[in-house]
Write a protein that binds this ligand. Sequence first.
Ligand SMILES: NC(=O)c1ccc[n+]([C@@H]2O[C@H](COP(=O)([O-])OP(=O)(O)OC[C@H]3O[C@@H](n4cnc5c(N)ncnc54)[C@H](OP(=O)(O)O)[C@@H]3O)[C@@H](O)[C@H]2O)c1
Length: 246
Amino acid sequence: MPSLLILGGTQEAAELARHLTQETDWRIITSLAGRTRNPASLPGEVRIGGFGGSSGLVRYLQGEQVNLLVDATHPFALRMPVHAERAAGLAGVPRIKLLRPAWQAEKEDRWISVPSLQQAAQVLPRDCKAFLATGRQELEPFTQRRDVEYLIRLVDSPEDPLPLARYSVIAQRGPFRFEEEQALLREHAIDCLVSKNSGGSASYAKIQAARALALPIIMVERPPVPPGALARSVTEALDWIGEIIR
Ligand SMILES: NC(=O)c1ccc[n+]([C@@H]2O[C@H](COP(=O)([O-])OP(=O)(O)OC[C@H]3O[C@@H](n4cnc5c(N)ncnc54)[C@H](OP(=O)(O)O)[C@@H]3O)[C@@H](O)[C@H]2O)c1
């Protein structure tokens, strides 16, 4: 019986695990980094926590006799995709990166595209009220902008104060609806958004809401993708898996 390891933390990873557990009798393991306190339940086996770099992942792939590796980590996960590519090569395990397409700006959109969160913090308009939906680990670059008032959305309520001069927090887990996002932006009198170009539908409603309210978005573009096989959707990943395991 083949064993497949999915590096998860995304909707696509969960969807892939759902398909494979329903449609095959293979051993399906999803790996999570362990950042979220109460992750949504997943079908198949779940393991949580880092592997200890690419060498740790090689040991895991060999120890668990993994036949296929699907890297379905988030488009902004920086290290895991590199480790996955290296470890799969060393262990001789076929690997594919599952990466949803990036969002594209539409005619009415007011995007300011930047390559990093550091640059996003620098280009925020002076004294603005900014909605920041980039994640807890990524607030540091914004601490210097003491003139900006932030609305921060996180999956879990923070246990300690955040390192920002002026802010309020909402703890919410997506997906979010357009009407709710528009109401949120209005209610908090937001005049600018900061977003990573994550792609996908779960967090697209804020982009649509900003468009409807003609608000600018500082859009952080994605890091480079490691070389190798690439699937743009769960269907494409399933096709690739089917080709390898016949
Ligand atoms: N970055 C984002 O914007 C974002 C958004 C939503 C979800 N996520 C998810 O959150 C996780 C962490 O994100 P990140 O930006 O910190 O990633 P990262 O920079 O690629 O990963 C940092 C370290 O966390 C561990 N790790 C990451 N993903 C893992 C996984 N699926 N299973 C086991 N260990 C994992 C690895 O530790 P070792 O070196 O010890 O193996 C890795 O070196 C990812 O799985 C990603 O899919 C990230």
